[in-house]
Design a protein around this ligand. Sequence first.
Ligand SMILES: [Zn+2]
Length: 521
Amino acid sequence: MDFDVLIRGGTVIDGSGQPGRPADVGIVGERVVAVDRIEGATAATILEAAGRVVTPGFIDVHVHSEIALLGEDHRYGGLLQGVTTHLTAPDGFGWAPLPPGPARALWGATRFAYGDASEAELSFDWPTAQAYLGTFRGRTPANVVPQVPHCAVRLAVMGWEPRPATPADIAAMEGIVREWMEAGAVSLCLGLEYQPSAAAETAELVALSRIARAYDGLYAAHIRQRALGLPGAWRETMEIGRQADIPVHISHSFVNDMTEPLLEEAARTCDLTLESYLYPAGCTHLVLMLPQWAQAGGPEAMRARLRDPAVRARVVAAMDATLAEGQAQGARGVFAATTSGRYIGLSVQEAAATTGLPPGEFAVRTLEDEAYTLLVFHHGGTEAEHRDITARTIRHPRMLVASDGIYHGAQPHPRGYGCFSRVFRLAVRELGAVTLEEAVHKMTAAPAARFRIPERGLLAPGYAADVVVFAPDTVADRSTWEQPYLEPVGVDCVLVNGQVVVERGRPTGRLPGRVVRRKGS
Ligand SMILES: [Zn+2]
């Protein structure tokens, strides 16, 4: 037998951005060993790919999938699109190396992104970064790549205290960042609008970035747009890049009239990339609509604050103002998940109307009543404006595709099941904004190089056999705002480490994923 798997007769798009070419792909064990015209070879498994393209597995650098990968419910949301490698700790969310009590408390604050995760049977017994990564052994169909979860780093040293770090705090946090980098993390990851990370000052972020930098890591951040404004938040990121001499990466952003000049500024002063999922809506919890001072100190502090009638009245007024401002701009927050199951599919204003309460009062009461909420925040704007921004964003050479997928709740954002397939349908076929090869590059070799992920992102001999076979003319997302869990079409076959995990568009149940550590670690 020449190969374990032979993918025959397709057009190979190798991830480098170079034009596709007819070639067969031979795999032995976990590796690609041949990408060429292969005549008369034998293989245990032969996959016919005539009329299909064959690409490296996609790498999602920002996705809330790590818990879903361990359980049954939405384990395959990314894989069905061809995403074979998922980064952990998006927005700095993560729970190691916290003791079980604080880990559970932080889990409570991140449940809006992960749900109850009963399928995953989490132990919360992760005293080290390595212990957490061990959770994935033999349990995941896709690969996971660790990032340093800043929320856990800060909580481990400072608890929920919303104050600047002292030199001693920073020294202790540096030790934890070092532990994660030693465990193979590719970047220091931040969610600077979420507690407890929101209290971190620039100096803390620079100090921790210097540790990540010493390991050739990256700084990846959900930036503090609400607190500093978009230009201010971008400039803080650039400043961290300069001071720590570290490459920086901005999560879930767009190229538009406001960010294009900032990208030009960044090109002169630091090394910056951004990622986008390219839908005209975001997705997060209702808490983020509160002013930062009301969120400070985490969920318990927020609830305690709301028990003071005078403070509560201020919060209601602020919420009313935020809702009215959004409405004036055509924006709309729609409930995706609540612990009670109420209000799904309704906007905040529509849900308020069902209770007879004014919107601000309703929203604050919902924060008091529900353990967590998840909303899809539609940006507003016209279809034409969205298409224009989509084209400008995907064309930008510093842009990577990443889904920010969330895999729980009644009606979460459709990006979780649709992002990558939608890029092929919308950006490549309908808008003609980039070629198929360019789109694949932004999902494979570009993120692998940027995030220092070894042996992935190219379809070439010696690389890991993470492979996607799809139909370039029909591949498309089907997930919608109303039905976000509809699987894409046109993705025939997905291999992870040489094993078929998706066949004829259906999961096979195999779990060949592994923890992939930073290049050189
Ligand atoms: Zn985020």
